[in-house]
Design a protein around this ligand. Sequence first.
Ligand code: UFG
Length: 328
Amino acid sequence: MSDHMTVLVTGGAGYIGSHMVLALLDAGHQPVILDDFSTGHEQLVPNGVPVFRGNVADAGLVAEICNSYEIDAVAHFAASIVVPESVSDPLKYYLNNTASTTRFIAACVEAGIKRFVFSSTAAVYGNQDHNPINEDASTQPENPYGTSKLMSETILRDCARAADLSYVILRYFNVAGADSKGRAGQLSQPATHLIKIAVEAAVGKRSSIQLYGTDYPTPDGTCIRDYIHVSDLIGAHMAALAHLQADGESMLANCGYGHGASVRDVLDVVATLARKELAITDAPRRAGDAAILVADSSKLRRKLGWTPVYDDLQKIVSDALAWEQANP
Ligand code: UFG
């Protein structure tokens, strides 16, 4: 295989997948998108990128894509991702994430795909006593979203072992921000993640923000998370592809910076950068929230040579804010 890769990006019209498509184009590779547009947006698809509209579970469609393009690797982003929804509608998560991913893996093996990068989540860890969390921590998901992803990880690992398939599983912590050039960002409605919600409030799209829990055992009483800029997260995917292309071993790695920010820290940065006072309402704790979730990302740095370039909450928020202002 030459250095040039053709990469099938499932969920390539979504928030994170669209940043992957841009990174592949920027690096001179060929992305091919598979997206059912249930939460994806045409607006996020760059001109000229081939798009197949449909579901990852559609074996016939995956076969058609693999017949039309010589796919060197897949990056599988397509999934349902809202934690509270997974509690109220677990079947959606087991069907959309676990069952569909199983069918997708089957179709990839059938088509002779050799490299697979899989989007997993810190939700597989559940509540941990120790932070930062490394990959050896026990997996004890607190919600069906985390379980659906953990089961997919297991299925991928088993199938890879039995086939000529190697993989990198990436467990994302809190992904936020937007493309620094303004080409992609979060459009999902309704917003469910803190930074998206806060920048929506900053631009007047919502009147107030609920702060879930002010009595956590943290310095300011609010939860601490490891917010990672979406472009650094994509940097990890590009490093994973290079690793697999160089016949590197299958592996699993956390994606985060290794330090966190509290909810109040985030809201302060948003208010400062937007030059606007935010209406914040203290609310009770949200069910299932861990006090602190911070990644130990030393494995990602060591094994994949990942070096973040946007490790700065101000940068994450300013890119999210710029996107929100440009996409009202
Ligand atoms: N929060 C608020 N108000 C809001 C939204 C969030 O106070 O309106 C707080 C939450 O309670 C939490 C923090 O902001 O303390 C971050 O919440 P998010 O919903 O943005 O993110 P989570 O940490 O809950 O979820 C993230 C990922 C999930 C993943 C999970 C792993 O977004 O995909 O980490 O536990 F499953």
